[in-house]
Write a protein that binds this ligand. Structure first.
Ligand code: NAD
Ligand code: UDP
Ligand code: UDP
Length: 319
């Protein structure tokens, strides 16, 4: 389609200097879009986008989405928000503000421009789910006052705002519920399980498994995730979501630890630590909708994605 457009589409990516955002900026530039990245560099970093700064179709602006933003674009991907428990619990009030005020500002911008807007929501809206795997119709089991609530409830409120702007102002919205995603450029100190295990294995330190390690997660490789995100944005306007994007392959944290040890050839031992409060016991996306509506499903198996991620961590921190 890019070939028949007479102008370059201008796309705003909030949180564009983060892990997922930087991969998205790359993907959009590669197909010929003009990209404006807005980020306050709270958890993202300029090093994630340094390689894009020389591209005449790329522009980076330092901006906090809790403040209004006036730019002229055709599409908005709203990714700004710290995503790992360590980061989003660092300043929980700012986390809720980022999701809620950030959504209001970006929706206001989309309304003024009549631009299509996609929200990076999360599997965390399902909380500690009692329905497994999680279909989009499930309303979730979220603690409204716990240490994870700033993230979960902020993202839930953002979804509410998206659907109200859609109903009230006829805005073209896309709400994507992202399940745990990993890959090159992950933050080494974000406390997330994949980055922790890889850093620990490469340093020969103990692998810290929280609780008994029987809790499960489903890990999606970043390239697959970005493919699903762009497909959703480009889909028929009638497709608003919410739509799950993730890899249904489900693993226990002990299984993940064993895979990381095997792939790194590390001698690290497994050490158990206390399970954090409100840690969901299981999580796996039901991706029936993504398959049917977007013709999307993940293609990179965990083993292969981990090998690529380990190679990236070796290059960045152990070269
Ligand atoms: P990340 O922390 O690497 O990226 C988030 C980016 O947002 C960072 O660059 C950060 O500096 C920026 N940011 C934070 N607050 C901001 C603010 N107030 N104004 C402007 N920029 C701000 O995390 P990520 O993994 O790339 O996540 C991106 C999005 O995807 C987030 O919205 C997250 O909630 C969502 N998500 C990610 C995952 C995952 O597994 N990675 C899972 C579910 C949802
Ligand atoms: N906004 C923005 N950029 C724009 C238009 C609006 O950041 O180009 C912000 C502005 O701060 C506003 C919010 O989006 O408060 C919501 O806009 P909306 O038009 O929905 O409501 P308003 O508060 O203006 O009545
Ligand atoms: N976890 C772990 N060891 C670590 C970091 C995390 O066992 O060093 C566990 C954590 O308790 C959770 C799972 O791994 O059960 C995924 O944690 P993460 O913070 O990556 O993501 P989320 O809980 O938000 O899905």
């Amino acid at each position: 389609m890019a070939g028949i457009r007479s102008y370059n589409r201008r796309v705003l990516v909030t949180g564009g200097a983060g892990f997922l955002g930087s991969h998205l900026c790359e993907r959009l530039l590669a197909r010929g879009d003009e990209v404006v990245c807005a980020d306050n560099y709270f958890t993202g970093s300029r090093s994630n986008i340094t390689h894009l700064l020389g591209n005449p179709h790329f522009e980076a602006i330092r901006h906090d989405v809790t403040f209004p933003l006036y730019v002229e674009v055709d599409e908005i991907y709203n990714l700004a928000c710290p995503a790992s428990p360590v980061h989003y619990q660092h300043d929980p009030v700012q986390t809720t503000k980022t999701s809620v005020h950030g959504a209001i500002n970006m929706l206001g911008l989309a309304k003024r421009l009549n631009a299509r807007i996609l929200q990076a929501s999360t599997s965390e809206v399902y909380g500690d789910p009692v329905v497994h795997p999680q279909p989009e119709e499930y309303w979730g089991n979220v603690n409204p006052i716990g240490p994870r609530s700033c993230y979960d409830e902020g993202k839930r409120c953002a979804e509410t705002l998206f659907f109200d702007y859609h109903r009230q102002h006829r805005l073209a919205i896309k709400v994507m519920r992202i399940f745990n995603t990993y890959g090159p450029r992950m933050h080494p100190n974000d406390g997330r399980v994949v980055s922790n295990f890889i850093m620990q294995a490469l340093r020969g330190e103990p692998i810290t498994v929280y609780g008994d390690g029987a809790q499960t997660r489903s890990f999606c490789y970043v390239d697959d995730l970005i493919d699903g995100m762009v497909r959703l944005m480009d889909s028929d306007p009638a497709i608003t979501g919410p739509i799950n994007i993730g890899n249904p392959g489900e693993f226990t944290m002990l299984e993940l630890a064993e895979q990381v040890i095997a792939l790194t050839g590390s001698r690290s031992a497994i050490e158990h630590r206390p399970l954090p409060q409100d840690d969901p016991r299981q999580r796996r996306p039901d991706i029936t909708k993504a398959k049917a509506l977007l013709d999307w499903e993940p293609t990179v198996p965990l083993r292969e994605g981990l090998a690529r991620t380990i190679a990236d961590f070796r290059r960045r921190f152990f070269a």
